[in-house]
Structure formats: C-alpha cells, structure tokens
Write a protein that binds this ligand. Structure first.
Ligand SMILES: NC(=O)C1=CN([C@@H]2O[C@H](COP(=O)(O)OP(=O)(O)OC[C@H]3O[C@@H](n4cnc5c(N)ncnc54)[C@H](O)[C@@H]3O)[C@@H](O)[C@H]2O)C=CC1
Ligand SMILES: O=C(O)C(=O)COP(=O)(O)O
Length: 600
C-alpha cells in the first residue's frame, strides 16, 4: 500500500487549524436505484431517499444552548429544533428525524445515538473543542462527519486558566467566602506570588500557548510539555519544551491543557504526583478525566499538592459530596472555561458554518474524523474525484461469478511529486464506487477506509511518474481488480486475470480511456454499452441504427482496436438505459462477440 505521506507544510497547516476542509459529496442524500449484478444475481443499489423535512430543508437538532448568531445562520438553510436537557432516551428517539446534531460538552453522543439515527444523521457539530463526549469510532463507522469549533473559545479558556491561577495563588475564592460569612481573616489568606515562579503548561496547543503567553506577561518562567508541539513555536514564545517528568519536577504551578484521550486518561495519578515538587499548585481547565480525582485528594491531603483550581470534572456535574469540590484547598468553577459572551457567539457561528457547509455536501471546516484537505486541492481534484468513483462503479459491474472484489490496485500516472498529490479523496471515491453498487453500504470520505477494511477489500496505490504538465494533477487513473472473472472478457488483458479500466479527465470531464488493452475515449456521463466485435466496416452504422430505431440517444461513441481487422472494442455512451430487448438485438449483430451495459 502506498504510504500516504503528509508534507510537513500540510501538517503545519493542520496544526495551525487553518481553513482546512473535508470533501463530503455524500452528505447529500443519494437517490440511486440502479440494478447491477453481483455473483450473477440482481442486487438493488441502496436507495437513500431524501429524508429532509418541510420545504426539503434538513433538520438540525441543537441539544445545548448555542449563541443566537449561530442559530440564525442555521435557520437560513435548515429546520432548527432547539431541545435542551434531553435524556439519553429522548435524544435517541429524536435523532432519527435529524440530519445534524449540535452539542457542547454536556451531551454524550454515544454509539446508541448513531445507531438510533438509522443512517440519517450526517453531521455532529461540537460547539467547542473537546470531542471526548462524542463516540468518534461509531460516527466513523456510519460515515457521520464530526466537526468541532476549535478556535473561537481559545482565548476564553486561556483567560479562565489565568483567572484560576491568580485566584489560587491569592486565595480569592476562599477569602471571599470567609468575608461573606462575616469574618476578617487577613493572616489566614496570605498567598504566594506568581512572579519568578515556574509554570508548567501541559499541552502546548491553542489554549496552552495562550496561557503561556499570558503567564510570561505576569513574570512567570514558563516551561511546557507536549509530545507533538512544534519546538519552533515554543521558542518563538520563549517557552522551553521539556519532558513530562521534568515538567513535574520543576513546576511551582501546573496548568493542564491537553485533550482527554486514552493516553491522557488519568495521566495525573499517584505516580505522577510523587514526581511533583512538594507544594505544587495545579489548575485544570482541560478535562476532569486527565486527573485521577482520588489520587488528587490524596496528594492534597498529604501536602504534595498545596492547592488545586478545577473547572472540569470526571463526572459533570460532580456529586454534591465530591471530595475535591468540598476540599478547602480547592477552588472550583462549573466548566466555565468557554463561557464568555464573546466566545459563545464565536463558537456558535464557527460550528453553524461548519455544519451548514457539511449539510450542503460541500466543504466542512475542521473535520475531526476525516482527513482534512485544503479547499484548493478539493476544487482541483473535483473532476478526478468523479472519475475515480465512476471507474470503481464500472469496474465492479464487470465482475462475474461469485467471488467478491478483494484485491484492487490503483495506479496514478502523474507528473506531480509524491507529496504534491493527495490521493486520499480518490481512494475513498474508488472504494465508494466499488462497494456501493453491490451492497447497502453508504460510503464517504469519513468511513471509506473503515468499510473497505471491514469487507476485506485491499486497495493498494501506486504512483507512476509521467512527463506530462505539472499543472495537471493526474494524467490517468487505472483501476485493476485482481483474481476475478469478468462478464466482459475484453476488460481482462491477455495473459492476466485482472479486470483493468483506465480513465482520464479531458476538458474537466471524466473519460474512460482504456478497457483491458483496448484504448477508447468515451465521456463518463449517462451510461455505457461496451461491445467487442470483429473489426470490419459498417459496425458503427449497424449499432447506431439499432439504438436510433429505439430512440436511444448516443452521447459518444469510440472504437479501440489493437490491430486492424481483428478485434475492436466499441464504447457507446447512452443517455438512457436501453430495454433488455434492445441489448439483445445489439448482441445479435453478427460481428458482435460480447456486450455489456454499465450504469454509471
Ligand atoms: N474548560 C473549558 O471550557 C475548555 C476546555 N478545553 C479543553 O482544552 C483542551 C485543549 O484545547 P486546545 O488548546 O484548543 O486544543 P489543541 O488541540 O490546540 O491543544 C491540545 C494540545 O495537547 C497536546 N497533547 C496531546 N496529548 C498530549 C499529552 N499526552 N501530553 C501533553 N500534551 C498533549 C496536543 O499536541 C496539542 O498541542 C481541549 O481538548 C478541551 O478538552 C478547551 C476549551 C474550553
Ligand atoms: O470547548 C471545550 O472543549 C469546552 O470544554 C467547552 O465546553 P462547553 O462548550 O462550554 O460545554
């Protein structure tokens, strides 16, 4: 399998969360009813009926409070159902009527939700950053795109981190509570200074770096731990990147800004607290789950951790008797990191734009469970994406016998450098073309690799250099299906057992350029009749008149032969599917040796 290398420039773009997009031509409901054969039998292609509601608009369920500007954007293109505080059961019963769901951190979008949607849910928008409340694996399996709003609440979360850091150092919350209780305890609430102290930022992403920048402004010495952070960016901010253990051993204050993942789950535990300086102060505005809460209670009680400020908890809201909430050395806020007016309006617009884009089947911002592809790549590759799907569709219809497609090789002939041609979209669309006509699967960029793997379909990719123009992304795409019999023997080059098709893009239109060893040139619009005949004069006229008599419009016709007066393959583009009797009549023409009708 060709290695999918991402250029360092592209990686940086992803990291910077620039406007990357993901192709979702499949969000639009498919309405196909073609009948193709698999193993000789008749199999209806999935018919995904447009399931939108009133006025043909999609339905978006907004399950948590979202800023008005976002709601207004959604309302322009969708029926918007704002239903807050749904129970898991209520969410599951509503979801089958929704094309998109928007949540914040308070809604668990579980496998049950995706299953209950019965394939209708196409986009989950997380109005914020952390997507640990969405079952991404389940979303991917059903081809549901998950997008988040990664940038609009960065500053809000960072400011809250700094607020908690200062509040912690100066006992603001405890002193305030004491005064409200009628006390005046000046010596009890002597704090510690921030200036000249070392702050370890754990997770040097968007929020972490903003916290670092602000802490430097307060005169702190900032170090950071992040296995994936760019050293260049850290240097630019005057922040030293260190190992996990070094961060713990040097820090006077620790601020957590990593996502909750299987790797970071309870990464702060008894072991890690032991590595901390005695009297360290910890701020958590990331996720409750990155700390083992029982271990933190122990560390507070033993004095290893002097104080903690927590905005997030393993279970939200935490139980009333939660030991951390009740601890006198702990300051708590109810997950307020993103809760400023400004951030909430920004997040609402950011997520509404992403969801609206995805529902339109166009470009969705910041996909979480699909490869992100720059907008310019998508527009450049658009006709090749169509070509790729159609080659897959044609190839699978050429298969006869009971064996399913297992091994596929795709060869891209291109003058471009390896890292200058992103073939992920093309591979996904070939997979879609190969699988959808013979199954009830619904395939898009989100689930193509997953579904292929599930079905044991191995797609290897190969690049072949061409001396064509570098401005043209691809000269040809060739699809080979291995170890299969074909119902059109000419599609299998002599001495091989590979069904082989090749296509190219001409003037922006996908064309079939080769069937087996025969060169043809037929635009991939409408459908195609392929026939092999003895190469002799008058064949085009005979075939043309049979179709003409039946009022079947020919859009294109092309004959390819290997040598004169031997065999030739004729590819005929037709607007409509000819009745069976017409195909039989064509097959009955004396010189025609084999014939197949392929629906695009
Ligand atoms: N309390 C709140 O209201 C808010 C909480 N958050 C939380 O903050 C987290 C960070 O947000 P952003 O900075 O926007 O995300 P980000 O993706 O820009 O940054 C996360 C950073 O953590 C790093 N990381 C991943 N695994 C790590 C590990 N094992 N050790 C150290 N670093 C690791 C990543 O490389 C990345 O640089 C979110 O995942 C979310 O859970 C975000 C916004 C608001
Ligand atoms: O964006 C995040 O990750 C947050 O934690 C914010 O959560 P919220 O949208 O305020 O429930």
């Amino acid at each position: 399998m060709m290695e999918m290398r991402t250029s360092s420039r592209r990686k940086e773009e992803v990291r910077n969360m620039g406007r990357m997009v993901v192709l979702l031509p499949m969000v639009r409901a498919v309405n196909a009813a073609a009948v193709v054969t698999e193993g000789g039998g008749s199999v209806a292609v999935e018919t995904r009926v447009q399931s939108n509601d009133v006025l043909g608009k999609p339905t978006v369920l907004v399950a948590e409070k979202l800023g008005e500007a976002g709601i207004a954007l959604l309302r322009k293109v969708a029926n918007v159902d704002c239903s807050y505080n749904l129970t898991p059961q209520e969410l599951c019963s509503k979801i089958s009527l929704c094309d998109a769901l928007i949540v914040r951190s308070g809604t668990k979008v579980t496998r049950e939700v995706f299953e209950a949607s019965n394939g209708r849910l196409k986009v989950v928008g997380r109005a914020g950053v952390g997507i640990d409340n969405v079952d991404l694996q389940a979303a991917t399996e059903v081809g549901c795109l998950v997008v988040n709003a990664p940038t609009a609440n960065t500053v809000a979360a960072a400011e809250h981190g700094i607020a908690l850091l200062s509040a912690l150092a100066r006992n603001v919350a405890q002193a305030s509570a004491s005064m409200k209780a009628g006390k005046w305890q000046r010596s009890k609430y002597v704090g510690v200074s921030l200036v000249d102290k070392t702050l370890a930022v754990m997770g040097f992403g968007k929020v972490g770096s903003e916290v670092g920048r602000r802490a430097k402004g307060l005169g702190m010495h900032v170090i950071a731990h992040d296995p994936y952070a760019s050293a260049e960016r850290a240097r630019a901010l005057g922040v030293e990147l260190v190992s996990f253990d070094e961060a713990l051993s040097r820090a006077d204050f620790i601020s957590l800004h990593m996502p909750l993942t299987p790797t970071t789950d309870k990464i702060f535990n008894d072991e890690s607290f032991k590595k901390c300086k005695k009297g360290v102060r910890i701020v958590n505005v990331a996720r409750g789950g990155v700390i083992d809460e029982d271990a933190l209670v122990r560390a507070l009680d033993s004095g290893i951790v002097a104080q903690a400020a927590l905005d997030v908890f393993t279970v939200e809201p935490p139980k009333e008797d939660n030991k951390l909430v009740q601890h006198e050395n702990v300051v708590v806020t109810p997950h307020l990191g993103a809760s400023t007016k400004e951030a909430q309006e920004g997040v609402a617009v950011e997520i509404a734009e992403a969801v609206v884009g995805a529902l339109a089947g166009e470009l969705a911002a910041t996909a979480v469970n699909a490869p992100m592809v720059p907008a310019e790549t998508i527009s450049e590759l658009a006709p090749y994406v169509t070509l790729a799907e159609k080659l897959g569709r044609l190839a699978v219809q050429l298969v006869s016998g009971v064996a399913g497609v297992k091994d596929v090789k795709v060869t891209y002939l291109s003058a471009r450098a390896d890292d200058d041609l992103d073939t992920r979209l093309l591979r996904a669309m070939i997979t879609k073309g190969l699988i959808e006509p013979v199954s009830d699967a619904f395939i898009n960029l989100v689930n193509a690799d997953y579904v292929a793997k599930q079905r044991g379909l191995r797609i290897s990719e190969e690049r072949q250099p061409s001396d064509g123009a570098i401005e043209v992304p691809l000269d040809t795409i060739q699809v080979k299906l291995f170890h299969l019999e074909s119902k059109f023997a000419s599609a299998v080059p002599d001495h091989t057992s590979e069904i082989t098709l090749e296509g190219k893009v001409k003037d922006g239109v996908p064309h079939l350029s080769k069937v087996g060893s025969f060169s043809v040139d037929v635009s991939l619009e409408g459908s195609i009749i392929l026939c092999r005949q003895v190469d002799q004069p008058g064949m085009i006229g005979k075939v043309g008149s049979v179709l003409g008599e039946e009022n079947i419009n020919i859009s294109f016709m092309s004959v390819g032969r290997i040598s004169p007066r031997e065999h030739a393959v004729m590819a005929i583009g037709v607007d409509d599917e000819p009745p069976k009797a017409v195909l039989q009549k064509l097959g009955g023409i004396a010189a025609i040796e084999e014939l197949v009708f392929l629906k695009l």
